[in-house]
Design a protein. Structure first.
Ligand code: IPE
Ligand code: IPE
Ligand code: MG
Length: 251
């Protein structure tokens, strides 16, 4: 059997990307303000980060705030910003102790100077950590990511550092915000919606997708392991035939 001949590590996704969705509905179901859902969601986030580290996942990228989330009521946006500050303050020491390298992807220039400084400080503190590589996507959009990569390539061509025919998959991947990481093997979205909502558009080209109706505040070890187990059962073909993949695995 193909699956049995794979080593344990082949079955484990190296990089997991998650859209943490459903905080608002979780709160509404309890007649609480939406922000109560976000608070609860932060607790889930720290548990899942811890669990991914324990499971031996190498990289985890979490969608915390999209470039479109500014459209929400101003009060909700402000609370989310405050929560980021608090969570950073609360978590960074523990993350550092756990050898987690923390980085933010997205356009941080829209955040307050105070938040930008905290982000920078947390990245500097954890820069050399070799455990879980944790990316928080904040004011992130997949299209923004592709556009900023395209701009740097155009700049390189204009300045003579690059030839036009050197623009290819690799050149693009080298300039995208997750350039030093493999593309996500497994994508998880909680909260029941089946869409990408402008998350890692370039990087998710060949990721395995896992959707669950469970709302992010309720997402637990059980669903995480369910997603990882589902990933382990899938055959990734990257355009080839199933038989070709089996031959490769058997070789
Ligand atoms: C995800 O939960 C958190 C953010 C987008 C910041 P939502 O706030 O989108 O929750 P729902 O989708 O309204 O339930
Ligand atoms: C995606 O969730 C963004 C985050 C989880 C941070 P949304 O709740 O904003 O997505 P849509 O608007 O339902 O597509
Ligand atoms: Mg949502």
């Amino acid at each position: 059997m193909v699956k049995d001949s794979r080593s344990h590590n082949d079955c484990l996704p190296e990089h997991i990307a998650i859209i943490m969705d459903g905080n608002g509905r979780w709160a509404r179901a309890r007649r609480l303000p939406r922000t109560a859902g976000h608070k609860k969601g932060v607790d889930t986030t720290s548990r899942i980060v811890q669990l991914c580290g324990e499971r031996g996942i190498k990289a985890l990228t979490l969608f915390a705030f999209s470039s479109e989330n500014w459209r929400r009521p101003q009060e909700e946006v402000s609370t989310l910003m405050e929560l980021f500050m608090l969570a950073l303050k609360r978590e960074v020491t523990r993350l550092h102790k756990n050898n987690v390298r923390l980085r933010f992807i997205g356009d941080r220039s829209a955040f307050s100077q105070k938040l930008q400084d905290s982000i920078q400080a947390s990245e500097t503190l954890t820069a050399h950590n070799t455990g879980l590589q944790l990316q928080i996507a904040a004011n992130y959009g997949g299209r923004w990511d592709i556009i900023q990569a395209a701009r740097t390539m155009a700049d390189d061509v204009l300045n003579g550092h690059m030839q036009l025919d050197e623009i290819d998959d690799q050149a693009m991947s080298a300039r995208i915000s997750t350039s030093d990481l493999p593309d996500p093997d497994l994508f998880i979205r909680t909260g029941g919606e089946h869409r990408l909502s402008n998350f890692l558009l370039w990087q998710l080209a060949y990721s395995e997708l896992f959707f669950t109706d469970v709302l992010w505040p309720d997402f637990s070890e059980i669903e995480l392991d369910e997603a990882i187990a589902s990933f382990a059962k899938r055959q990734r073909r990257f355009g080839m035939t199933g038989e070709q993949v089996e031959e490769q695995v058997g070789a």
